[in-house]
Design a protein around this ligand. Structure first.
Ligand SMILES: [Zn+2]
Length: 437
């Protein structure tokens, strides 16, 4: 018998807490979009196609639950094809796109329209939908109808839902919608109005209005109390401030249904990098203080934070060439996520490979209700698989990334660890660092 696809000679990462060191080499046999067998290396049947995983880890495909693919409305910055190609190159087999498109994704018709635009791309694209109609923060969208259309993540991302009563109603609605989650861009709009970068020494020196940490802490505090009262499920997008993380960690201990994600940039960069990076260093929430970075790094290791998500935010070069005050906020990152986290946290010995799999795959899939990704490499699992070489080092060149935009904060940086192959639903979409036709 000839197998469809075999990934040969790689190592599996045993789940955290398991006794199995996972050091032995295996072959993973894939048939009909699922993992059909996991056998000792060299024992797989002949295959129509093989992917070599020697000296590499075979991991569940990565899941990025916060990306902006700018479709519809700004496809000169990114489109579904370029966004998904970058995801695939980054080992990301599933993405959740944010609803701040033009027009916004706030009705079942819009959900169906964007999913149709994403058909056939090399990544499994799911969409979130707005919490409020038109993302205007005034009236709830029809969350039940959006849920019936398949949406599990609700967010006005780009904007914060500031109104207490609306936020309470949205959280209460998730109690009746199993698996749904309210994801908040936690920055109090009144406190950040006109703000460009973190309210701190750099903003002062540059004469810029700042976005204070308290704008995040106050919203996270309020939302946690609303989640506690309603029993609703709450998720903090791109958490950036240590004090907000401590609130999340304490609420989890209390049994509140709260999770939080952090971006690679908030795990590595601080406000001190803004002048070097120029407009690429501008995002919302902003790069914070070195103290915050250190705390968030501890938090993603110890479980205070649940997941890494990129907030992949492409902007056409013409938009980022404006002065810092006028340039739109955001950085690209879906293609570099795994390598940045591996370089900074795993290669440096702070994070185990098992925890890495949790934060880039298992946990984000669970948070966003994506059941066919983030599953263990085991018989019967859907074959969404990434082969990751932990020692290959490479230099990031923005122009070589798949994005239609260039605003990568990692340009010029040498990273350790790189995606070698990506398999989506049993089909290779990246082989040997190259997109498959
Ligand atoms: Zn956001």
């Amino acid at each position: 018998m000839t197998a469809e696809l075999v990934i040969t000679g790689g190592r599996l990462i045993a789940p955290a807490g398991s006794e199995d060191a996972g050091a032995a080499s295996v072959d993973v046999v894939i048939e009909g979009g699922h993992i059909a067998a996991v056998v000792p290396a060299g024992q797989a049947p002949a295959a129509r196609r093989t992917l070599d995983a020697s000296d590499a880890w075979i991991m569940p495909g990565f899941v990025d639950i916060q990306v902006h693919f700018r479709t519809p409305g700004a496809t000169d910055s990114e489109d579904m094809d370029s966004g998904a190609a970058g995801a695939a190159m980054g080992g990301v087999t599933a993405c959740v796109i944010m609803p701040n498109t033009n027009p916004p994704i706030d009705t079942p018709d819009m959900v169906n329209e964007v999913l149709a635009l994403a058909a056939g791309v090399p990544c499994d694209i799911r969409t979130s939908a707005a919490i409020t109609q038109g993302r205007a923060g005034e009236r709830l969208a029809d969350l039940a109808a959006l849920y019936d259309a398949g949406v599990r993540v609700f967010t006005d991302d780009g904007d914060c839902v500031a109104d207490d009563a609306l936020m309470e109603a949205a959280l209460a609605a998730t109690v009746r919608l199993p698996g749904a989650v309210i994801s908040q861009h936690a920055e109090n709009p009144a406190m950040v109005a006109g703000g460009v970068i973190n309210a701190g020494a750099v903003a002062e020196r540059l004469g810029l209005r700042g976005r204070p940490a308290e704008a995040e802490v106050s919203v996270v505090h309020r939302d946690i109390e609303l989640a506690r009262r309603t029993g609703g499920r709450y998720h903090v997008l791109h958490l950036s401030v240590a004090a907000a993380m401590y609130l999340v960690a304490r609420a989890k201990r209390d049994g509140v249904a709260v999770t939080a994600e952090v971006t690679p940039q908030h795990l590595v960069l601080s406000e001190d990098d803004v002048e070097r990076l120029g407009t690429t260093g501008k995002m919302n929430p902003p790069l914070r203080l070195a103290n915050d970075v250190a705390a968030l790094r501890r938090g993603i290791v110890d479980g205070s934070l649940d997941a890494v998500a990129t907030d992949h935010a492409p902007h056409h070069p013409s938009l980022k060439e404006r002065p810092l005050v006028d340039a739109p906020p955001g950085m690209i990152g879906v293609e570099t996520m795994a390598s940045v986290v591996w370089s900074e946290l795993v290669a440096s010995g702070q994070m185990t490979p098992a925890r890495f799999v949790e934060v880039v795959s298992t946990a984000p899939a669970r948070i966003a209700g994506i059941i066919d990704h983030g599953q263990p490499i085991a018989v019967g699992s859907p074959a969404n698989v990434t082969v990751f070489d932990p020692t290959e080092s490479w230099i990031v060149r923005a122009a070589d990334l798949q994005s239609r935009s260039l605003n990568s904060p990692w340009a010029g940086r040498t990273l350790t660890g790189r995606v070698r192959h990506t398999v989506l639903a049993g089909r290779p979409v990246v082989a040997n660092n190259d997109l498959c036709a």
